[in-house]
Design a protein around this ligand. Structure first.
Ligand code: 5AD
Ligand code: FES
Length: 352
């Protein structure tokens, strides 16, 4: 076994054993990282070419009933300055996003009971009546099957629910009073209902070793999500993990590239957290096989408050500035912004 052979196998067959993935993570060096990212880039060029899809992110509430140890908007953080956007503000953001060329809007928030199924249905229905051809992605955590179904029927197209970590013991340490099994069940429910699903996980969580990252790779390969969002863990000062070390650029890039080889058709975002730990982190993610960016569309006066981790970028920039910034950044590295809805190839294959 050597790293180059494993990368070649991943490139040719899009598969590897647990032992091979672990060997690769344990032994990868600078040269093989270069080889890995080149191969991942080649695969993305075959599937999605040099096109980068855009989604406009609206962070509409930072109230949350959960207490995830890593997250700055966890309910125990009494220092979080809580806000909720009104239905009208959310709809206006989606309309502004459309004008800026975002044909997908992502509605993300904490798990906030204020946003009942009825209110979510109202928001989705209003956006769809104005923008019938645009896609709506929800990212509002764990809800019941019936709730997911109602929102789907109202017009929601996609749902992002990161699995966070595929190692049960680690999941349970990080998520007080939450169920590892239920989170996975939610992803199954969402797929069964008809959503395009997005899973994902963090890199560099406390006690997460290479074995655990292999769990994430294998789980994601089996789940075959339409999208998989991965980014470094970044400590937040007002959480129990404030003194921990965060994830690294290098490890995140390696994981993006391996995922691209395992899942050639899956959408992989270059995340804001990656752009936060390195000034050109998102560009590096794209060059390693990612093909989606999700600039912020939230009103500027609430951006600082949606503080999941310290140092988050773009908190002072108007939506239009982020829009131009991201296009310039992509063009600088030889990629083109694609302003279509940007459905996953996997979805198009499944729909045929
Ligand atoms: N560092 C990096 N990512 C975080 N998230 C939450 N808190 C942090 C943090 N401290 C991620 C989670 C969540 C997504 C919306 O943000 O993976 O699913
Ligand atoms: Fe927001 Fe660059 S993407 S300022």
């Amino acid at each position: 076994m050597n790293t180059i052979n494993i990368i070649d196998k991943l490139y040719k067959e899009n598969i590897a054993t647990r032992e091979e993935l672990l060997y690769l993570l344990d032994n990868i060096d600078k040269d093989s990282i270069n080889y890995l990212t080149e191969k991942a880039n080649e695969v993305r060029m075959k599937t999605y070419k040099d096109k980068v899809y855009m989604r406009g992110l609206i962070e509409f509430t930072n109230y949350c009933v959960r207490d995830c140890k890593y997250c700055g908007i966890r309910k125990s953080n009494k220092d979080a300055d809580r806000y909720r956007l009104t239905v009208e503000q959310i709809v206006n953001c989606a309309v502004l996003g459309d004008k800026l060329g975002y044909k997908t809007v992502v509605l993300q928030g904490g798990e906030d009971p204020f946003f009942t199924d009825e209110i979510m249905v109202e928001i989705i229905t209003k956006i769809k009546s104005i923008l019938p051809n645009n896609a709506i992605t929800l990212s509002i955590g764990e809800r019941s099957y019936e709730s997911y179904k109602k929102m789907f029927k109202a017009g929601a197209d996609r749902y992002l629910l990161r699995h966070e970590t595929a190692t049960k013991t680690l999941y349970e340490k990080l998520h007080p009073n939450a169920s590892f099994e239920n989170r996975r069940k939610c992803l199954e429910d969402l797929r069964e209902i008809g959503y395009q699903i997005g899973s994902g996980f963090m890199i560099g969580l406390p006690e997460q070793d290479n074995n655990s990252l292999v769990d994430d790779l294998i789980y994601t390969k089996q789940l075959k999500p339409h999208m998989c969002g991965i980014g470094p863990f970044i400590p937040h000062k007002d959480t129990p993990l404030n003194n921990e070390e965060g994830g690294t650029l290098e490890k995140t890039i390696i994981m993006i590239a391996i995922l691209r080889l395992l899942l050639p058709d899956t959408l992989l975002p270059a995340t804001t957290s990656l752009g936060t730990i390195d000034p050109t982190g998102r560009e590096k993610g794209i060059k390693a096989g990612a093909n989606v960016v999700m600039p912020n569309l939230s009103p500027t006066d609430v951006r600082e408050k949606y503080s999941l981790y310290d140092g988050k970028i773009c908190t002072g920039d108007e939506a239009a500035e982020c829009r131009m910034c991201i296009e310039r950044r992509m063009n600088n590295i030889g990629f083109q912004i694609d302003i279509s809805r940007g459905d996953s190839i996997l979805w198009e294959k499944e729909s045929k």
